[in-house]
Design a protein around this ligand. Sequence first.
Ligand SMILES: Cc1cc2nc3c(=O)[nH]c(=O)nc-3n(C[C@H](O)[C@H](O)[C@H](O)COP(=O)(O)O)c2cc1C
Ligand code: SF4
Length: 490
Amino acid sequence: MYKPKERVRHPLPPMVVPSEEEARGALLFSPLSLASGLVLAERTWVPAMVPWRATDEGFVSDRVLAWYERFAQGEPGAIVVEATGIRDVPSGPLLRIGHDRFLPGLERLTETVARASGGRTKLLIQIIDFLRIKRRPERERFFRQFLRLRPEHRRRLSELTEDPALLDADETVIRERLVAAPHDVAAACLDARERESLERGARERVTDVELEEIRELPRTLPDLFARAAERAQRAGFHGVELHYAHAYTMASFLSRLNTRTDGYGATLEGRLRLPLEVYAAARAAVGARFTLGARFLCDEVIDRGSDTADASAFAVAFARAGMDFLSLSTGGKFEDAKQPKVGEAAYPYTGESGFECMPPALSDARGPFARNVPKQAQVRAAVRAAGLTTPVVVAGGIGEFSQAEAILRRGEGDIIGAARQSLADPDWFKKLRLGRGAEIRRCLYSNYCEGLDQKHRAVTCQLWDRADVADAGGMVTDDGRRRLVAPRWR
Ligand SMILES: Cc1cc2nc3c(=O)[nH]c(=O)nc-3n(C[C@H](O)[C@H](O)[C@H](O)COP(=O)(O)O)c2cc1C
Ligand code: SF4
């Protein structure tokens, strides 16, 4: 995890506990209608969180059902199901929606949430596309197998080692000499992308238009997203969140780093074009009465990346196109991710942009609490200035009643997203609503959960995963040491 230069450990802000009557009068617990006709019973929202619970083929498992059932017992206004893949390709234990065979499991999921929340919570699903990323290779394998040898490699190696014989040497000799060379010499023979593949693992980008699959993304993605959205509708979800945030394909189209010259990059209009076409295709598939919105970044927080002014333009364009909600996140990019260990893939939440995405208690002077809400408020203000009323979901370090209520009262956001606080205590919104806020298990913003996500291990919270493991009804990790869902609130 990235650590800022000045390190300040922030205590949790004092907890304001409203009485049941005060909660009744709070904006947080007032209903909100979306343009689709969907009514949220309250403005509380559990944003998408990948818990690593799906089967290896991407199906809903009993563990997935238990995870969302537990959030639904807290009866928030909405839950967004984790990033779910739209393609019909193996993606490990990530939930998938790229084929009708995933429908029965997804139907069980919507039924489970409806039952557990007494029909109070609206259930959305986040749908995602991502490009290929490889693990960091062993150096020997990289030079012996993966590197496509070019005359330039031979020339550079001969120059740097002052060995003219290499100019006519066999390919195997060149490869072995690269393996044997000191790292800086071998790396100096490579171009920037090859060096990245060696040091971090190869990663595709939306600008790799020499690859047919990447060049054709504007032709393939609208239909893939549309069919996934339509499947979500058939499975009984109340809505779909298009994943246009963090390190993934659609966010990369929106990014200022997108220099494609085929009309799908380079200018603001070009970068917006595919996200708008994907939305239009999904909308055509599900109709106006089905809730459809997007999650995107209020700031990429990377060198030469998109900032809040870009995000404001995106938000206005999405709202004008007819999205029912705009959900804002921050950062979470590959560009500044830490170098992974050999055999591991880069994780987009290890750099400064990841720090902004899931701000931890060990922070800079500004601290983690609602840290990016000022930027998100600017984005919302741009939408309002354009005469549009689309609700905006804000998130990042929000985990206390008075803070959430003040954000709504000041008009900085319309819906409060709380991921980690909801993981720490899935009943926290309900406890507040019932005037029992003193019983809330408060998130420490330690990012223990995020560390598990990084290792693709079952995500749990340090505040409850070792408590009463024997009473977890079998919902425990394979090693039997951690419970997989928070204990029931009695
Ligand atoms: C374990 C974990 C998994 C996450 N997975 C997703 C995801 O699938 N999609 C997404 O948009 N954000 C994801 N996030 C980010 C959260 O939705 C949220 O934006 C972030 O944690 C900041 O909010 P918080 O301070 O309330 O936790 C994840 C966060 C965590 C901790
Ligand atoms: S492990 Fe628990 S306490 Fe720590 S950040 Fe995650 S949800 Fe909060």
